[in-house]
Design a protein around this ligand. Structure first.
Ligand code: ZN
Length: 937
């Protein structure tokens, strides 16, 4: 097999020899690549050697090894050093800095084209920008621009830090594109501008490279490898760094977004590693209805061309289609999908480590399918970092080859998609979305508007009050007119999603509707009269201001659902604040429960002025404190526990707290084990983690330990944002006992999402039974068919907005919300309403006693209304969810456990849900005092 493979490579090389005649291989490079490639069939003639250049340093000369050499990884400084050396030596390469990471590392971009292209980059950028806006570029002008313009093709490497091969691949690709004189590559240089971001997340790259040399180098036995990734890839993010398209929180995404609107690339191509041997994304459907269908035909064409090219080289295991659904476009490449370009990506086969490993793939990875006609080997094989580079680079060259030969078509389609999007807004209802500025929390409305603007969606304000068929709107109402090139994305962000019920299992969230995330009304306006409403473009993000009325001495703040109240509480940390437990009236004004009462205190007036500018809060002056039941609301000493085993979702949580200047202690597993928690924290917050119960308790296997994550001479990037002498072992039973002690002695434990498993199933709280979610515990007598039916009807809310109602509308967690509202929910375990133990002899161990719904604060669904359960996205098996607890507040000893069956801090998106959590933090003392009788069990 090996000999045959060599023979076929030889034949192939001979067949294509004419194409490669111009390049002289750098001496020794072909031999080195051949040695690093484990099977001849894992190599293509396009990358079988490195072309020699008299003037430009090759990556092999620079690194003193070939890219993808076993046992070596390039860090960000070295990769950038090479990028700069390449640009300094080649007139076909230019280097730019497009961002700076959270930890202060540059994010660098290479541009590669022929000399003429590099000299006219400014003009080429102007051309694509002109094609992006059909309002100022008519079809005739567009055709003239297309004649001289070039598609810009962008490659993104190393977003996911343990997918290590892409940086190695693109450094060699950059050099090859710069120096090779093969006709195919000349054509790519002449017809395209190729952009390469070799290390899009440099913080993570450096942490990973150091991790490799510290823990993985030299280890080639997969069965005994330790954890293959550091616990952090950057200040906040891990895998979810690739779920940031709509919100643009992480610097890696922000840099790519800035690049996008600077260059208007036709293609954004993101390089990942999770499928053998190369999977070119085009999604299995359903496809998003708000993206121009041209995009989907384009990305299929590119994918099939790659499959065809690599398969014709005899490279096995190249496929497309069977990955993700392409309904949600919330990933890094989605900046292109959502803005009339093409977003795409690869999953190649990465080892994680740079060492060569032995693999035996499962039958489902090696079956012959229409989308995988030449499957990967079904017998054991060795796979090297160079094999991965060979596939990555050959695929990239195939994509560039197609883009270069079809460059004019790609540009015309890019223009056409912007044109179609704009014309839809002109010709079809809705013509605009109207968003009133006064919706209880002007700051949250402003934040939604700012988020639209950050996506280059244009927003206007109405110059005067107006009335259309849909209703009357005040002066200053925000209007998102849809006669703009990014109309499709505006519609996608502002409308409910409708994921098809028969659309299969989605890959990630199925709803990202911003009005639902922000609890803000955005009214779709189909009345054409909206077109004649006078508007002013909004150039900057809106900055609403609040006001302080009067000079005190006592002030009152009306709770109208403001999200900024937690930040306000900490900004006013030194002042006494009380919160009303019932509605009250002062003069003509009604103040609902949750409103703040601020007794006379020196310096208060000035401090409140500060809040009006930062948080748009209104404070009214009153002569004396009204008679209403109220409680003191001291800002809690907040601890945020981040288990070493999963830092991802809690990274978003930390970002949200940091963005609001909320002080908290970062609590590690070892800090929990050390105990004495109640002396340090009033509230311990444990966010959503993607871990089962045993992993939540015991963390990373102790067998790997001790595993330090700390700054040393050899690992200077480790130890941030937190440091450890040993990240293995979790909190253990001892830590769980310390949490129990914390709660029993009067602490408040707040758990979110799957973090609630620890409280409800780990034994901190008794009486709450986990339910199987409609899936029977065993197939039983019904046989396979009924088991399958049960699975299909199993409850799933995979990132959807669904209705909830408060079982205790007077609970402090309900402040600022109507009794019936909605929240965002991903898939979490289902829990039953708490039950008491049945004190009967025949059933001392079961939980079939009478239900004790006293702990249920909020429940799923709204049984008082006939409104559909679903707000946006899709749900399955909801009948088994409705009526179950969504938020529990359970007394344990002197303390409380407040458990959310959803994540109110999901990726900085569902800002309308955040107040629920803020309420628990603001009113922690009142919650403790609420049922002084203690343990109800
Ligand atoms: Zn990835």
């Amino acid at each position: 097999m090996r000999a045959n493979g060599r023979l076929s490579l030889l034949v192939l090389t001979l067949c294509t020899a004419a194409v490669f005649a111009q390049d002289t291989p750098e001496p020794g490079s072909a031999e080195e690549i051949s040695r690093a490639t484990t099977e001849p069939q894992f190599l293509s003639p396009w990358v079988a050697s490195i072309p020699a250049s008299a003037s430009v340093p090759s990556p092999r000369a620079f690194l003193k090894r070939i890219p993808g050499a076993a046992g070596e990884l390039v860090d960000s400084a070295t990769a950038y050093g090479y990028a700069r050396a390449l640009a300094a030596a080649s007139p076909r390469v230019e280097v730019f800095t497009i961002g700076r990471s959270e930890e202060g590392r540059d994010i660098v971009l290479l541009a590669i084209a022929d000399e003429a292209g590099i000299q006219s980059l400014a003009q080429l950028k102007k051309d694509t920008a002109a094609l992006a806006d059909p309002r100022t570029t008519d079809s005739a002008a567009a055709e003239q621009i297309v004649a001289r313009a070039r598609p810009i093709y962008y490659f993104n490497a190393a977003l996911h830090s343990d997918e290590t091969g892409s940086t190695e691949s693109v450094l060699e690709l950059a050099y090859r594109l710069a120096v090779s004189e093969q006709p195919m590559i000349q054509r790519i240089r002449q017809n395209l501008v190729v952009l390469i971001n070799p290390v899009s997340n440099p913080d993570g790259r450096d942490k990973m490279v150091e991790w490799f040399y510290r823990y993985l180098k030299g280890k080639t036995d997969r069965s005994t490898l330790p954890r293959m990734s550091p616990p952090y890839w950057s200040k906040y993010a891990f895998v979810d760094i690739n779920r940031d398209a709509h919100q643009l929180v992480h610097e890696s995404t922000r840099a790519v977004s800035r690049m996008f609107f600077d260059w208007h690339p036709t293609v954004v191509h993101d390089l990942h590693e999770s499928v053998a041997l190369l999977m070119s994304w085009n999604g299995s459907g359903p496809y998003n209805p708000n993206i121009d269908p041209i995009t989907f035909t384009e990305f299929q064409a590119l994918s099939f061309h790659e499959v065809q090219t690599l398969t014709s080289f005899g490279m096995p295991g190249v496929s497309t289609w069977n990955f993700g659904e392409a309904f949600a476009h919330l990933y890094l490449d989605s900046v292109a999908m959502n803005h009339n370009s093409i977003g795409r990506g690869y999953e190649t086969f990465g080892n994680g480590t740079a060492e060569t490993l032995q693999w035996q793939l499962s039958p489902d990875q090696t079956s012959r399918e229409w989308y995988r006609v030449q499957p990967p080997p079904s017998t054991p094989f060795r796979w090297s970092a160079r094999d991965n580079v060979n596939y990555n680079e050959t695929g990239a060259l195939a994509a560039l080859d197609l883009a270069a030969t079809q460059s004019k078509m790609l540009l015309r389609s890019f223009y056409r998609k912007g044109f179609n999007s704009w014309r839809k807004g002109v010709d079809e209802p809705p013509y605009a979305f109207a968003i009133a500025e006064d919706q209880g929390d002007p700051m949250r409305v402003a934040q939604l508007i700012a988020r639209l603007q950050s996506q280059h969606i244009e927003v206007h304000r109405a110059n005067a009050a107006f009335t259309v068929k849909e209703g009357a709107f005040g002066s200053g109402t925000y209007l998102v007119r849809l006669d703009q090139p990014y109309r499709n994305y505006a519609v996608d962000l502002l409308s409910p999603q409708d994921f098809p019920k028969n659309g299969g299992e989605p890959y990630d969230d199925v709803s990202w509707e911003l009005p639902a995330h922000y609890h803000v009304d955005a009214v779709a306006i189909a009345d054409p009269a909206i077109k004649s409403v006078g508007v002013t473009p909004l150039a900057e993000p809106p900055q609403p201001r609040g006001k302080v009325t009067g000079n005190g001495p006592t002030f009152v703040l009306k709770d109208s659902g403001q999200e900024g109240l937690l930040e306000a509480r900490y900004r006013l940390a030194k002042f006494k604040i009380e919160i009303a437990e019932h509605a009250f009236q002062v003069g003509e004004t009604e103040y609902p429960a949750g409103s703040w009462l601020l007794p006379a205190q020196s310096g208060l007036g000035a401090a409140l002025q500060d809040l009006t500018t930062h948080l748009a809060l209104d404070f009214d002056s009153i002569a004396s404190t009204p008679e209403v039941a109220r409680h003191a609301a001291k800002a809690p000493r907040l601890g945020v526990w981040v288990p070493w085993a999963d830092t991802d979702s809690i990274g978003w949580l930390r970002h949200t707290l940091d963005a609001r200047n909320v002080p908290y202690s970062y609590v590690r597993d070892e800090d929990i084990r050390a105990g004495n928690l109640h002396a340090k924290y009033d509230v311990l917050l444990y966010g959503h983690v993607d871990l089962e119960l045993a992993e939540q308790i015991h963390g990373l296997p102790k067998a790997w330990g001790p595993m330090p994550f700390k700054k040393t001479k050899q690992t200077p990037s480790h130890g941030t944002p937190a440091s450890s002498d040993d990240i293995t072992g979790g909190i253990g039973w001892e830590g769980l006992a310390q949490i129990q002690k914390f709660v029993e002695s009067g602490g408040v434990l707040v758990t979110l999402g799957s973090g609630s498993m620890l409280a409800l199933e780990g034994g901190l709280v008794r009486g709450v039974r986990r339910d199987s979610g409609g899936v029977p515990r065993s197939a039983g007598s019904g046989g396979a068919e009924s088991a399958q039916a049960a699975v299909e009807s199993a409850t799933r809310t995979p990132g959807a907005h669904v209705r909830v109602s408060f079982a205790q509308p007077d609970h402090p967690i309900a402040y600022g919300y109507p009794a019936h509202t909605y929240v965002f929910r991903q898939n979490y375990p289902l829990y039953a309403v708490p039950r008491r133990w049945l004190r009967m002899a025949f059933c001392t161990t079961c939980l079939d006693g009478p239900s004790d719904p006293g702990g249920v604060v909020m429940q799923w669904g709204d049984t008082d209304s006939d409104q559909p359960f679903l707000i946006s996205g899709q749900v399955w098996g909801e009948s088994n969810l409705i009526g179950r607890p969504a938020i529990l507040d359970m007394a344990v000893g002197h303390g409380r456990v407040v458990s959310f069956n959803f994540n109110p801090l999901h990726r900085d998106l569902n800002r309308g849900d955040q107040r629920l959590l803020w309420n628990a933090l603001l009113n922690w003392e009142a919650i403790l005092a609420r049922r002084p009788d203690g343990d109800p069990l």
